[in-house]
Design a protein around this ligand. Structure first.
Ligand code: GLY
Ligand code: MN
Length: 461
């Protein structure tokens, strides 16, 4: 964990933003995978980690703003529990490490909240069913509405605070990206025809765990990169194919990396692959180089879409006026997702608090256009934000068939040419970027990305 001064300072900033009432934070609990004692990998809630740092199950915390104190609720381990799980510092000792001076048994939480019932109790939207039930029991609100009563004030204050990364957070994120970069380099070095996707997925997952952390999200390692979140790893790599790898390490303190690279199974890209690859690379690099505070990230999304439309026109896949094609959303056929998202303690940072609170604001509303509607971050960027830039070009046979039959955007899309790419799969390239006062900084050591750099690694196989 960080020093207790950091947690004290974070809570102090949050307390000043809310003024009064109680702020309730539920830590995550162990969840049975196929029986109570065989649990899923434990992951602490990120807001709990951010303000209270303690990385173990069955804790809750209250910031009582009227009383000017924080309390951690948790139970000491019984000897019977220690027999199975080993000894731990007491709850009071752990709380002291994060600057919290008062602790109470978990069961006292309900009474504490009941005593405060006349005051506002702010809590975050639950994303696990057991927290919905817990909030229902603790606050006496009906199960079906407890989520709707989450505190918008608290959400907005947390989003504002957690979006701007401090120096120690940036150092952690840089660590996450560096481990992730090594994972990508090893995958590019070791992949060869005849290997299963699962072997590469296992290789990179092992590296994340060996680094002292874990994966930040399930590995995408696929020869079918046209499927955006493809977690199937049963295919065998074949000559002529490409591998799209989208994965990231999470550090021991739970800061995430999220990097994508696409490389050929052979030592070199085919010329058709190279054309599309260089187009995605141009979209990525040009957008990164344009980043600076105060710009709307939606404008970067549109910039990348325009680069893709223009490039595809050169290749004969699009036609007509590309400004009009951009406005109409014709690029959604090739680029159906958003350019990027904030990243931090969560790979899609804070999205459990509500995606629109993180990426949008009044006046910057989410589009309904296919493609643009999937943009997770549209609002102005600020110094200290960390975000991904991850354009891609995909040839999704089912989508091509549907749009072609419907004649959708036939004035902009050369369907006869696109038909010939139905076996192409997809390419995405992604880096993690810090917004600085004057522009941007790509986090971590450079990870091979140009055709020349990727082919140099593939030549080592
Ligand atoms: N890395 C997966 C995503 O950004 O959705
Ligand atoms: Mn991403």
């Amino acid at each position: 964990m960080f020093s207790k001064e950091i947690y004290n300072q974070r809570r102090s900033v949050l307390g000043k933003a809310l003024y009064s009432g109680l702020l309730l934070f539920l830590g995550n609990d162990e969840m049975g995978m196929n029986c109570k004692d065989n649990t899923y990998h434990f992951r602490q809630d990120s807001s709990f980690l951010y303000y209270f740092g303690l990385d173990q199950p069955n804790l809750a915390a209250v910031m009582d703003l009227d009383e000017g104190k924080s309390i951690i609720f948790g139970d000491e381990m019984s000897v019977e529990y220690i027999v199975w799980m080993g000894a731990q510092p007491t709850i009071a000792e752990q709380a002291a490490q994060v600057g919290v001076l008062e602790t109470q048994p978990y069961d006292e939480l309900e009474a504490y909240l009941q005593k405060a019932a006349s005051r506002p109790i702010h809590y975050l939207p639950p994303y696990r069913a057991n927290h919905t039930i817990k909030l229902h029991q603790l606050l006496g609100k009906p199960l079906n509405v407890v989520s709707n009563h989450a505190s918008v004030e608290l959400i907005q204050a947390i989003v504002q605070q957690r979006s701007v990364k401090s120096a120690e957070e940036i150092a952690e994120m840089e660590k996450a990206v560096n481990v992730t970069g090594q994972m990508h380099i090893q995958a590019m070095r070791q992949a060869k025809a005849g290997m299963k996707e699962a072997e590469l997925a296992g290789l990179v997952e092992g590296m994340a765990v060996a680094s002292g952390g874990n994966l930040a999200y399930p590995v995408i390692m696929t020869v079918n990169g046209q499927t955006l979140h493809n977690h199937y790893h049963g295919n065998t790599l074949q000559s002529g194919q490409m591998v799209l790898g989208d994965y990231g390490a999470e550090t021991g303190l739970h800061y995430a990396g999220d990097i994508t690279r696409t490389f050929p199974v052979d030592k070199t890209f085919t010329s058709r692959q190279k054309d599309i690859y260089n187009l995605v690379l141009k979209a990525e690099v040009d957008c990164i180089e344009a980043l600076k505070p105060d710009m709307l990230y939606r404008d970067m999304h549109l910039k990348s879409a325009k680069i893709i439309l223009d490039g595809l026109k050169t290749l004969g896949l699009t036609k007509g006026n590309m400004d009009d094609a951009l406005e109409a959303g014709a690029y959604g056929l090739f680029f159906p997702h958003g350019l990027g998202h904030q990243i931090g303690l969560d790979v899609h940072d804070m999205e459990n608090l509500g995606e629109n609170y993180v990426g949008y604001r009044n006046g910057i509303e989410r589009s309904k256009l296919f493609g643009l509607k999937s943009l997770r971050l549209a609002k102005e960027l600020k110094t200290g934000y960390v975000l991904t830039v991850e354009p891609g070009i995909y040839f999704i046979p089912e989508l091509i068939d549907q749009w072609k039959v419907e004649g959708r955007f036939k004035e902009f899309i050369n369907y006869d040419a696109v038909e010939k790419y139905k076996d192409f799969s997809g390419i995405r390239i992604e880096d993690n970027i810090l917004i600085t006062e004057t522009g941007y900084r790509i986090l971590g050591e450079p990870i091979p990305k140009t055709v020349k750099e990727v082919e140099a690694l593939r030549a080592e196989v």
